[in-house]
Design a protein around this ligand. Structure first.
Ligand SMILES: Nc1ncnc2c1ncn2[C@@H]1O[C@H](COP(=O)(O)OP(=O)(O)OP(=O)(O)O)[C@@H](O)[C@H]1O
Length: 255
């Protein structure tokens, strides 16, 4: 297991956002976190990425405990994420948006940057090459020099994924990656996520409301409702589960 979420509870004052929730994600799996609005999905992401500490429970990544670790250290350990709302630098080009995502892991010191030592230029070249490799896989290299916000919504989401991939993660967390996309873009994104998983050898954990997308993409899912796990297992069993249908799916069969 690459990620082990063990008996997590998270309270905000009087609100219990997550109640004693556990699940495991296997290496190279595409795992879905689903459930109605306010179920606790984003809170779970924020705990895994170190933005929140759990009130109770523990998280293991690659066999080691990470709960309570600072977010930047968790990125270094190999977990990167995207957000529900697109968070790009609006006035920058697509390439620059990706280049700055590399900055923290660059292999040179501040002094070397100022003095422009050879290692600085070598590292800059490596980072630029890697950025183009990522853009190539995502099909956005042709937009490298365009302002990020001039791109279509679907392509802006790809730039966000590219920024997360710049951290060379082992585990990629995607918060509603298909939100706001049309059916063609959603279908294309699903194929892209399979490609990303295979080409970059990573595991994907995603939050998504588009059940057709989840059904196509995810091996297993966890369904949260009011912070409690109501289902964990294979997607084909989830969509037949009475409690899941009642709490969340409604008429998914018509989707
Ligand atoms: N920082 C916070 N302070 C107080 N309450 C919070 C905080 N973050 C989340 N909550 C509460 O925790 C519960 C779970 O919220 P969360 O955003 O995790 O749900 P979600 O499943 O991601 O919902 P959505 O699908 O709408 O994004 C909600 O009741 C929310 O109001």
């Amino acid at each position: 297991m690459i990620l082990e979420v063990c008996n997590i509870t998270k309270k905000f004052g009087g609100v219990t956002a997550i109640k004693d929730t556990s699940f495991n994600v296997k290496s190279k799996e595409i795992y879905g976190l689903i459930g109605p609005n306010g179920a606790g999905k984003t809170t779970m992401f924020n705990i895994i990425t170190g933005n929140y500490s759990p009130t109770e429970g523990m998280i293991k990544f690659d066999g080691k405990r990470i709960d309570g670790t600072k977010p930047h250290k968790i990125v270094h350990k190999g977990i990167a994420r995207t957000f529900q709302n697109i968070r790009l630098f609006k006035s920058m080009t697509v390439l620059d948006n990706i280049l700055i995502a590399f900055d923290y892991q660059a292999n040179y010191t501040y002094l070397e940057t100022i003095l422009r030592f050879p290692r600085f230029f070598k590292e800059e070249k490596r980072i630029k090459q890697k950025s183009f490799e990522i853009m190539e896989v995502l099909g956005i290299s042709k937009y490298a020099n365009e302002q990020a916000t001039s791109l279509s919504y679907g392509n802006q989401r790809k730039v966000e994924i590219a920024r997360a991939l710049a951290a060379s993660p082992k585990l990629l967390l995607l918060d509603e990656p298909a939100a706001g996309m049309n059916p063609n873009e959603t279908q294309e994104l699903a194929q892209l996520l399979f490609d990303i998983r295979d080409k970059f050898d990573i595991t994907i954990l995603l939050i998504e409301h588009d059940m057709k997308f989840v059904n196509h993409l995810c091996d297993r899912v966890m369904v949260l409702d009011y912070g409690k796990t109501i289902f964990e297992g294979h997607i084909e069993d989830a969509i037949k589960d009475k409690e899941v249908i009642k709490a969340y799916l409604g008429d998914f069969k018509h989707a």
